[in-house]
Design a protein around this ligand. Structure first.
Ligand SMILES: CC(C)(COP(=O)(O)OP(=O)(O)OC[C@H]1O[C@@H](n2cnc3c(N)ncnc32)[C@H](O)[C@@H]1OP(=O)(O)O)[C@@H](O)C(=O)NCCC(=O)NCCS
Length: 171
């Protein structure tokens, strides 16, 4: 992610929830979700995307978002930007109280599938080197570290890992 994706709260990250997400659905993000997504974003990141930023991205042909919804509440979201045959994860987060229930994994899988259907051969992302939950998610999904951007993030300072997923049918 190009922005400073400092994570404010990950207090419940270590809690392994027994209950999986029976009632959770993954759907394409629509304008009606912007307020809830921006609220979650502000809760989770120190330099959050604004409502306007999400609204602008939603209008772009080369960007798309999915949300995870449970009983009408948005509990996660994932955004992708496409450029030629490459895709980039621009946003991904799960509500603090809903973590370790495969929500991000399912969001990411949907996003990866659509990016591939729309021509992506590789998917990239940037992640703080100290963000173990996110790195764990990406590794589990098949991303590999392909570079490091030293001191890329501020508040607090951290390196960015550049991770890449290569779709299997690439020659
Ligand atoms: C990273 C984040 C999106 C993961 O969301 P989640 O819904 O809890 O993730 P999932 O339940 O789908 O986890 C899938 C896999 O990711 C890995 N993972 C997730 N949380 C982890 C943690 N705290 N520690 C280690 N591995 C973790 C595990 O391999 C997990 O599989 P498992 O539960 O079978 O072991 C969530 O912690 C979050 O919102 N963090 C703050 C925002 C953020 O950092 N976004 C990424 C910015 S680059």
């Amino acid at each position: 992610m190009h922005r400073d994706s400092n994570v404010k709260s990950a207090a419940d990250d270590g809690i392994k929830m027994q209950k999986k997400c029976e009632t959770m659905i993954i759907i394409k993000m629509e304008p009606r979700h912007i307020l809830d997504v921006a609220k979650l974003e502000a809760e989770i990141f120190s330099v959050p995307w604004s409502q306007q930023a999400f609204a602008g991205a939603l209008e772009m042909d080369q960007a798309f978002f999915y949300v995870a919804q449970e009983a009408d509440a948005v509990v996660g979201y994932c955004g992708v930007s496409l450029a030629a045959d490459e895709a980039e994860i621009t946003n991904i987060a799960t509500a603090p109280g809903r973590r370790r229930r495969n929500i991000a994994k399912r969001l990411l899988q949907k996003a990866m599938d659509e990016a591939h259907e729309r021509g992506a051969q590789r998917m990239f992302l940037e992640v703080r080197s100290l963000n173990k939950p996110a790195i764990g998610l990406y590794q589990k999904t098949g991303f590999q570290t392909v570079g490091i951007r030293k001191k890329y993030y501020r508040h607090p300072q951290d390196d960015a890992l550049v991770m890449m997923y290569r779709y299997a049918d690439i020659i």
